[in-house]
Design a protein around this ligand. Structure first.
Ligand SMILES: *Cc1c(COP(=O)(O)O)cnc(C)c1O
Length: 427
């Protein structure tokens, strides 16, 4: 079967043919590859073609596909049973691994997706502060729970409108939208008298393309939260164990009240988590009044994958330096190749995360990101795919380097980029 045939069949039974919309390649106008298997830094589609994978399942696979240690841990765990819905030792092992690493995380609870982690963190923050107001930033993504699916409203109001069908305006009426890297937009909301219980932000935004928060901005945000008694939630579902072994922390030094994790923390299986100060986390049921639960939360197989991934991170002290070096080589290569044919590009790197925008000015927030040339992006994406390089099919996603990648893989991608930009410019 070809990719095309398989995708057509999928569309008959699955809305849009996919179980998560970005996979449909809609924003670059192509059709998705149907994946057969992966190996290290590469994936293979059902037509037997091989691609260098810079998506890595959208972040989780920092050790690439079929890592032997994670695979062994999962297989061993499977043999003991898939799920019990009762406590197992591995939950505490993984919880302790995270709490030992972060001074500001005293307790942590595991869930099955990043969506659940942020939704639950916001609930416990509101329960703790007894205030309903929530601030989120335009361009940041925190999963698909109702209260977070908002876009900018019209005029001067900071209230947003639902950005998805099926989300009642009532459920977003307590969500206030602020501008990333713009502290005055946050001050305005706090000073308006809105009773803000929680502020949620991606400290390294990865869902509008890669846009890191400036250090001074995050420090000022921390101060505002303290002044007004709001819980600061850093959403590190993507940046956690990706930007560095301590997530975004080394880049700005700001400690959150609550942190959310996902992606890498599950080593490729369905794990996410939220954790933070004990006095907040103790508000959760069964000790406190804030309800939160999950049939497969802390699943033993998933825990074993997470423990294996974090153990490898802990024992490989050069990991992030190596990945960052490769990410820089890649983005420098993209930049040189684009500039040599007169194409505007902006690039950035945070550990194993990389981003590139086709625009002439630096990108600091969502409005800046929207100014990039998405038609150019679509052409570049198609030209790279043709040459065996699998990049995220949207200008507003982040790319990932994985541990099995080496210098020659990066050279391969940079050479492909040179050819791609030449083809775009000169036909
Ligand atoms: C991926 C992501 C989420 C959502 O996680 P899911 O597991 O897809 O629900 C939330 N926040 C951030 C920052 C993410 O990158």
């Amino acid at each position: 079967m070809t990719n095309k045939e398989a995708f057509k069949q999928a569309k008959e039974f699955i809305p849009g043919g996919v179980n998560s919309p970005v996979r449909a390649f809609g924003s670059v106008g192509g059709e998705p590859l149907i994946i057969d298997h992966g190996e290290g830094a590469y994936i293979y589609d059902i037509e037997g073609r091989k691609y260098l994978d810079f998506i890595q399942s959208w972040g989780p696979l920092i050790f690439g596909h079929c890592d032997k240690d994670i695979e062994d841990a999962v297989i061993n765990s499977v043999k003991n049973g898939l799920s019990f819905g009762a406590p197992t030792l591995n939950e505490t092992v993984l919880a302790k691994m995270v709490c030992d690493k972060f001074e500001n995380i005293e307790k942590i609870r595991f869930v099955s997706s990043g969506t659940e982690a942020t939704m639950s963190a916001i609930r416990v923050a509101r329960g703790y502060t007894n205030k309903d107001g929530l601030i989120k930033f335009e361009g940041c993504y925190h999963g698909h729970s109702d209260a977070l699916l908002i876009k900018a409203g019209s005029g001067a109001t900071t209230y947003g409108n639902a950005s998805s069908g099926g989300v009642p305006q009532d459920t977003v009426k307590n969500t206030h939208l602020a501008i990333y890297n713009d502290i005055s937009s946050v001050e305005k909301i706090f000073n308006s008298g809105a009773q803000i219980g929680a502020v949620i932000i991606e400290p390294i935004a990865g869902n509008m393309g890669l846009v890191p928060a400036q250090k001074e901005f995050l420090a000022a945000l921390r101060e505002l939260c303290d002044k007004f008694g709001a819980v600061l939630i850093l959403d590190e579902v993507m940046s956690g164990f990706r930007a560095s072994e301590f997530g975004s922390l080394p880049f700005h030094g700001v400690k959150a009240d609550l942190v959310t994790f996902g992606k890498v923390i599950g080593g490729g299986l369905n794990v996410a988590a939220f954790g933070g100060k004990a006095q907040i986390m103790n508000c959760l049921s069964p000790d406190g009044a804030v309800y939160q639960a999950g049939t497969l939360s802390g699943n033993p197989v998933a825990m074993s994958a997470g423990i294996a991934a974090l153990s490898k991170i802990n024992s490989n002290k050069n990991l992030y330096a190596k990945l960052e070096n490769l990410a820089r080589k890649l983005t420098d290569g993209f930049k040189d190749a684009a500039k040599s044919v007169g194409i505007d590009i902006q690039t950035d790197v945070r550990g194993s995360m990389f981003g590139y925008f086709f625009t002439s000015k630096p990108v600091r927030n969502y409005e800046d990101a929207l100014k990039s040339d998405t038609k150019m992006f679509a052409k570049f994406h198609a030209a790279m795919l043709k040459r065996g390089v699998y990049l995220a099919p949207s200008q507003f996603e982040t790319g990932f380097i994985c541990e099995p990648m080496n210098e020659s893989d990066i050279e391969f991608a940079v050479n492909a980029a040179k050819e791609a930009f030449n083809e775009i410019k000169n036909g």
